[in-house]
Ligand binder design. Structure first.
Ligand code: NAD
Ligand code: TYD
Length: 361
């Protein structure tokens, strides 16, 4: 049975990926989820799969090389899928150091421990071992607002925020391992994801959460910045397809040509909420376009991100399946049905729980 080590599996994309993998492979695979449970890691995201015999959670920090080495020593890991990261641009502007620690040092630790576990005495690697590093399109910098330039795998790196700089650093380390040791890896660079279980500091869940509570909807700058939105299950599928069908040592961009200006997203979220919420729901009266508030722009705010997914489509046959109109409805419906999840993450209750449960470990 193939064993996956997933880092950051209690976060947004990692937990969706774990769900996706169990839906797809059932009992054919084993998953070990290694997560530090920062503010962004939430075991509630995995409640429905936590009792599976082929799933294990280990609380560990990826910068702790002794802990990570031990996991590789005790388990014969076949695949690493490395999600764990500090992921929010606004936090990186306020506190860049933890981004360097987790994203750069943590990735170095993961690479080093995987290399130690997988390398043979002649310097080659054991058959079938693969490391996939999950990264972002933000490493490529900002595109002009022309609708016709795109990020390709060959686009030079030009990160601007401390977040994207730290992710660029981690990508470069993976490239260095591939070039120096012929370490069996892939890198994926993906556009903005949306879907269930996303922490409400990111644009879409923040809008849903604030609108339901009748709080202001902060729009940075002129609201015309463009992001390229991808439903999280399509990303999970892309990651799996890259590991199964991609060429080792290659980078693949994952995105679905779904560009939207931020203000369009704000309007769509409000309109969809009003469409879905029944008249009888007390939250409905809070939802209104009057909540939109233009606020001071983010420092160094990248104008436009847009991925060209030609390579992954042509080489691997990946295509996004979820149209934005459907994905945003599913996402909003999920947040409406999971009010307790939202209340829990916004109140910080779950973090107190982790302190009690794991505080001394
Ligand atoms: P997230 O913030 O929701 O989750 C990150 C997870 O990593 C959390 O569970 C957290 O507890 C864990 N973590 C953080 N520091 C850790 C450490 N030192 N040791 C162990 N675990 C740690 O992030 P996400 O949105 O799910 O993003 C996952 C990955 O995908 C990241 O590498 C991110 O850069 C990349 N990515 C995200 C997006 C997006 O739109 N969210 C787009 C492209 C790429
Ligand atoms: P975000 O979800 O933080 O993702 P990223 O910065 O990684 O793309 O932000 C998406 C876009 O929305 C970005 O252009 C910043 C903007 N934004 C707002 O206008 N208001 C907000 O409250 C947030 C969180 C983001």
């Amino acid at each position: 049975m193939r064993t996956y080590l997933v880092t950051g599996g209690a976060g947004f994309i990692g937990s969706n990926y774990i769900h996706y993998m169990f839906r797809k492979y059932g009992d054919e695979i084993r998953i070990i989820n290694v997560d530090k449970l920062t503010y962004a890691g939430n075991l509630e995201n995995l409640r429905d799969i936590e009792d599976r015999d082929n799933y294990t959670f280990i609380r560990a920090d990826i910068t702790d090389s002794a802990a990570i080495r031990e996991i590789f020593e005790k388990n014969d890991i076949d695949r690493v899928v490395h999600f764990a990261a500090e992921s929010h641009v606004d936090r990186s502007i306020v506190n860049p150091e933890v981004f360097v620690q987790t994203n750069v040092i943590g990735t170095a630790v993961m690479l080093n421990c995987a290399k130690a576990a997988w390398e043979l005495p002649d310097g080659t690697f054991r058959d079938g071992k693969k490391f996939l590093h999950v990264s972002t399109d933000e490493v490529y910098g900002s595109l002009p607002d022309d609708g016709e330039s795109f990020f390709y795998e060959t686009t030079p790196y030009d990160p601007h925020s401390p977040y994207s700089a730290s992710k660029a650093g981690s990508d470069m380390l993976v490239k260095a391992y591939m070039d120096t040791y012929h370490f069996p890896a892939n890198i994926t660079n993906t556009s903005n994801n949306y879907g269930p279980y996303q922490f409400p500091e990111k644009l879409i869940p923040l809008l849903i959460n604030n609108a339901l509570a009748g709080k202001e909807l902060p729009v940075y700058g002129d609201g015309k910045n463009i992001r390229d939105w991808l439903y999280v299950d399509d990303h999970a599928k892309g990651i799996d397809m890259v590991q199964e069908k991609g060429k080792l040592f290659e980078t693949y961009n994952i995105g679905g040509h779904n560009e939207k200006r931020n203000i369009e997203i704000v309007n769509i979220v409000i309109e969809t909420l009003l469409e879905i919420l029944p008249e009888s729901d007390p939250r409905r009266k809070n939802v209104s376009k009057d909540l939109i508030k233009y606020v001071t722009d983010r420092k160094g705010h990248d104008r436009r991100y847009a991925i060209a997914p030609d390579k992954i489509r042509e080489q691997i046959g990946w295509e996004p399946e979820t149209k934005f109109e459907d994905g945003i409805k599913k996402t909003i419906a999920w947040y409406l049905e999971n009010e307790a999840w939202l209340a829990n993450v916004t109140s910080g209750n779950y973090q107190n729980y982790y302190e009690e449960m794991y505080g001394n470990r």
